[in-house]
Design a protein around this ligand. Structure first.
Ligand code: MN3
Length: 248
């Protein structure tokens, strides 16, 4: 009896094991249809040029980490998904893609506008922060006085434009090849690059840029932001623009 029972157990065990090993075969086609890994290029997330806490206390480290590591990273990942099926994107610099938005395939134009714009705006945004604020001097300071009525007026006008953005968007100071400055705000992830212009600096007024620390107090964020602007970096961008070398 004992031997028979053992045999039955062994048989049942064998059937059960066969079932376990058969199962993957049944589901094999589903595995075969799983999406390919997300593309890692041609666009890449630039590293933050400073530690996430470098802009404390005005912009908290957690906001910087989420803003860079999730929001900006998502724009890059989405843009790469578009580029996977539209290889021509890989052969054009981002600022040219955005300047030629109207020539992009209609089916993906909005995706390029939102994600390409988001990639460009954030790439610029990280670069111009990490500083100690203060007032810009030298040739840039003179240009602000000449074209924007001085630094105090620029700050007031810039903060006012930022407060008036309904929903999400950015405020920019643009610069042309002659060094002339202008103030402009854009909705969503639109950028002056889409008009063929160059961005000297700008601030992100999406709620994700400030909500953890400032909640609904966008004007307080706009005011505090000037304390982290790196005017040396902005001055370098100004010189690059006048040399025709400023891209994003
Ligand atoms: Mn943002």
């Amino acid at each position: 009896m004992t031997i028979l029972l053992d045999r039955r157990r062994t048989l049942l065990g064998a059937v059960a094991l066969a079932g376990v090993f058969a199962a993957p075969r049944i589901f094999a086609p589903a595995f075969a249809q799983a999406p390919a890994p997300a593309p890692t290029g041609p666009f890449t997330l630039p590293a933050l040029p400073y530690a996430p806490g470098a802009n404390e206390p005005h912009i908290d480290a957690q906001t910087m980490e989420i803003h860079h590591g999730r929001h900006h990273a998502a724009y890059v990942a989405n843009l790469n998904m578009v580029a996977k099926d539209h290889g021509q994107l890989a052969s054009l610099p981002l600022e040219q893609i955005l300047a030629k938005l109207g020539e992009m395939p209609e089916a993906v134009r909005t995706a390029i506008r939102n994600n390409g714009g988001g990639h460009a705006n954030h790439t610029m945004f990280w670069q111009v922060m990490g500083g100690k604020g203060g007032a810009p001097g030298g040739e840039l300071g003179l240009a602000i006085t000449r074209d924007l009525g001085g630094f105090d007026k620029l700050k007031a006008d810039f903060n006012g434009a930022g407060a008036r953005v309904f929903g999400s968007g950015c405020v920019f100071v643009t610069v042309d090849g002659a060094g002339k400055l202008a103030l402009v705000s854009k909705p969503n992830q639109d950028t002056p690059l889409m008009d063929g212009n160059r961005v000297l600096f700008g601030n992100d007024v999406w709620e994700h840029a400030y909500y953890l620390k400032y909640q609904n107090r966008r004007p307080a964020y706009l005011e505090a932001w000037w304390n982290v602007v790196d005017w040396d970096k902005v001055a370098a961008r100004y010189a690059a623009a006048k040399s025709g070398l400023l891209a994003i």
